[in-house]
Design a protein around this ligand. Structure first.
Ligand SMILES: [Zn+2]
Length: 519
């Protein structure tokens, strides 16, 4: 596969291409112009905001033979051979090898650089280092050789020891604004000849929450069919709901239009829109409207208290939904509270409410049965086994494989849509953890594990063992992993039990196991 995903293709190679971090870029360029370079920097900020790219461009610029106003010239021997330069050393602290690599770098740090003026050590996700690795790093930071420069990058600055922070020049990377994301995406679309509507661009920017990498991944996904990217296409493929759609929903409440409200909710349910995104967006718009009432007065049926109640009830609902009730049923019930019912309508509303209560009951019962079907042990084993040898290179590789699956014509549509809706978050050479928007979605994906694995093997000749978990669970697993790595816990490989799927039910059919006694 020669296809290069957009975010890799458009990774900034020069300061001019780094979007939305003007202050940082200006300060770094000035330090080069004034020849006032520190020995240690720490770049903190959310993922996809350009920390590693900036670290690389900076490494290029400080070694460049004739920089232009602090930017790399792109012509000298050093700039041209930057990618292969052995003096730029990247370490991924999130991999199990992080500690050994830190020890290795400390052993070699005294050796002078082979080509340029400086040896640059870029340590990604530095907060993942163990205490002993931090201590070793600290000693080096206290008395670094003149040719060594450290650039530490982290998404969790609060987990970096203060002793390290106090020795670094700190730069906080900001989330990229919607405007900057839109203009960045526009440039890529022009270069790639991707036809896209303005409101679709804004929606992609909104969905990527300040990260250019996520924005470009979404664009990648949407541009694969080669058709014009409209807001409609974004909504359908990403299974999201646009600002326009949310406004429409809120307007049905403001206009007391029950029928259309229920119609829209049902439409979102059928389209399997992520309910959390829906709720968050409704809350955003409601709070905006509530504030406007305080500023300019009330112009619609709802007053300040209505919007406030709606916000409180919906945020409450986010916790209630965790008990596995069909989320849209609860959302529906909450919204219905805000309609004024005329007498001739009362009956139908009561009916809907009753129906919904029944739905909640059956859903709770179904969920109980459903949970017992899923082999939780296997999920735990696979998470553990991924962590045994989780490395950034494997993660990148797995992302590539899954990207290619989404692009492949030989993979079944159902499997493709599961893969498109999930994110690869950790991988070893053998195991991959993918996240889904909810436990429910993860359970559904896990039911098809064999089928999905077989498809990946058949079409890309890659034999992976996959496991799907919810985004929420991943956050927990990830912080446990960080704690364990920090306390030097090594993950041990656990053998998976090979279960013959068909044997158990047959035995159960032949014997009533409850009556069999063991003598
Ligand atoms: Zn140069």
């Amino acid at each position: 596969m020669n296809y290069k995903v957009l975010y890799r293709k458009y990774r900034p190679t020069n300061f001019e291409n780094i979007i939305g971090q003007e202050y940082i870029v200006k300060t770094l360029k000035n330090s080069i112009i004034n020849n006032n370079i520190s020995h240690a920097y720490i770049f903190s900020g959310p993922r996809g905001t350009g920390k590693t790219s900036t670290a690389k461009v900076f490494s290029k610029a400080i070694n460049c033979i004739e920089h232009i106003d602090g930017s790399p010239c792109e012509k000298c021997e050093f700039c041209l051979n930057f990618v292969e330069n052995p003096d730029i050393i990247e370490i991924d602290a999130a991999s199990n090898n992080g500690v050994d690599e830190i020890r290795g770098l400390i052993d070699n740090i005294k050796l002078t650089p082979t080509n340029g003026k400086y040896k640059v050590y870029i340590i990604d996700e530095v907060h993942m280092l163990t205490t002993s690795a931090f201590n070793a790093l600290l000693l080096t930071l206290e008395e670094p050789p003149a040719h060594a420069i450290f650039i530490l990058a982290t998404t969790n600055i609060e987990n970096v020891p203060i002793t390290i922070l106090s020795r670094c020049q700190r730069f906080d990377f900001q989330k990229i604004t919607i405007e900057n994301l839109v203009s960045g995406l526009k440039k890529v679309c022009e270069k790639e000849n991707i036809s896209i509507d303005e409101e679709a661009l804004t929606e992609i920017a909104y969905l990527s929450e300040g990260g250019m990498r996520d924005a470009l991944s979404l664009l990648d996904q949407l541009s694969k069919n080669g058709q014009n990217i409209s807001l409609d296409l974004v909504e359908k493929q990403i299974k999201t709901i646009s600002q326009k759609g949310i406004n429409e929903l809120i307007e049905t409440i403001e206009k007391n239009d029950v029928e259309n409200c229920l119609r829209l909710i049902n439409e979102y349910r059928i389209r399997a829109i992520d309910y959390k995104t829906l709720i968050k967006k409704v809350i955003d718009i409601c709070s905006f409207r509530a504030k406007n009432i305080k500023k300019t007065g009330r112009i619609v049926r709802l007053d300040f208290k209505d919007y406030k109640d709606l916000i409180i009830n919906l945020s409450d609902c986010l916790t209630k939904i965790n008990i596995n009730v069909e989320p849209y049923t609860i959302i529906e019930m909450i919204l219905l509270e805000f309609f004024n019912v005329e007498t001739n309508n009362t009956e139908s509303i009561t009916m809907i409410k009753e129906e919904n209560s029944k739905k909640i009951e059956t859903n709770v019962q179904q969920t109980k049965v459903f949970e017992s079907e899923i082999d939780n042990d296997l999920i735990n084993i696979r998470i553990n086994n991924t962590f045994v040898n989780a490395q950034k290179v494997f993660l990148e590789e797995a992302k590539n494989v899954i990207d290619s699956c989404n692009n492949s014509v030989s993979i079944d549509g159902k499997i493709k849509s599961i893969l498109i809706d999930s994110n690869v978050v950790a991988a070893s050479d053998e195991y991959v953890i993918l996240t889904c928007i909810s436990d429910h979605a993860a359970d559904n994906a896990n039911k098809l594990l064999n089928e999905i694995e077989k498809s990946i093997k058949d079409s890309l000749n890659k034999k992976y063992k996959l496991v799907f978990i919810s985004e929420e669970r991943w956050q927990k697993e990830k912080s446990d992993y960080i704690l364990n790595i920090k306390s030097n816990k090594k993950y041990e490989y656990i053998e998976e039990e090979v279960t013959e799927e068909s044997t158990e039910p047959i035995i159960n059919d032949i014997f009533d196991m409850s009556k069999v006694e063991i003598i």
